[in-house]
Design a protein around this ligand. Structure first.
Ligand code: NDP
Length: 240
């Protein structure tokens, strides 16, 4: 009975950083938004928060079932992610499984959960947040593997779901000034300055840079755009 439920958007990891900026964009279009993460967003967020640790499979399935029982999710943004930087030798299987659970498995679970509503409505928008690291980045074995995996499933779902009016696109951010970035690259540190020098536009990205791109993929007018990967990275993928 998903056709009788009020439509809404689901943003995983909508509590802060890139996800929070996307929540703001969706809310500005009058779309009710659900944010799925462990901690609630800061006061004033327009999102309804559903608490869930995406490493916990039964809890994730239960949270998604509760969300889809209340709303027909017609916009899904698979955004939640962790980086877990480590060299090849330092990458533990425990960390690898955790990164896979959050960055990759949760994308599949969320897409499966919202599919009946999108199919029933004959329309839907799915955006996955990959990374420039999908193309390779030192000290990111688990992370780059999941972010490349996200592109694979984006392109696969684009083909499977196109006949149902559902588009699926990925965004590959470069360095964006969020907690995830700052935890590995302190403000004004030599490392951060070196990263900025490697960005053709000579600055770090802001969450709003990614939200702007997501807004396009999530819009009604983007119905002829599917299976694409848009690198929003200040030109870092150009000329290499
Ligand atoms: P933040 O660390 O600022 O935000 C991450 C979000 O994911 C938070 O809302 C967090 O909420 C949620 N999250 C993390 N772990 C879990 C978990 N176990 N269960 C549920 N939710 C979880 O990161 P960004 O905004 O920077 O990252 C957003 C996406 O963008 C990620 O997929 C990231 O890989 C990608 N990206 C970011 C880049 C950057 O430079 N910042 C570059 C390229 C890609 P909570 O902790 O409350 O659970």
């Amino acid at each position: 009975m998903t056709d009788t439920l009020p439509p809404a958007a689901l943003v995983t990891g909508g509590s802060r950083g890139i996800g929070a900026a996307i929540v703001q964009r969706l809310a500005a279009r009058g779309i009710p938004v659900v944010s799925l993460d462990r901690e609630p967003p800061a006061a004033g967020s327009p999102a309804r928060h559903v608490a869930c640790d995406l490493t916990d499979l039964p809890a994730t399935q239960a949270a998604l079932a509760a969300i889809t029982a209340e709303n027909a999710i017609l916009w899904l943004v698979n955004n939640a992610g962790i980086a877990a930087p480590a060299s090849l030798e330092e990458t533990t299987m425990e960390d690898f499984d955790k990164v896979v659970a959050i960055n990759l498995r949760a994308c599949i679970l969320a897409a499966q959960a919202v599919l009946p509503a999108m199919r029933g409505a004959g329309r839907g928008r799915i955006v996955t947040i990959s990374s420039r690291a999908a193309l390779g980045k030192e000290l990111r074995t688990a992370y780059s593997a999941t972010k490349a995996g996200v592109i694979g499933l984006t392109r696969t779902w684009a083909l499977e779901l196109a006949p149902h009016g559902i588009t699926v696109n990925a965004i590959g951010p470069g360095p964006i000034e969020t907690e995830l970035f700052k935890s590995a690259n302190p403000h004004n540190s030599p490392r951060t300055q070196a990263i900025i020098r490697g960005v053709p536009v000579q600055r770090l990205g802001q969450p709003e840079d990614i939200a702007h791109a997501a807004d396009f993929f999530l819009s009604d007018g983007a119905g002829f755009v599917t299976g694409q990967v848009l690198y929003v990275c200040g030109g870092m993928t150009v000329g290499v």
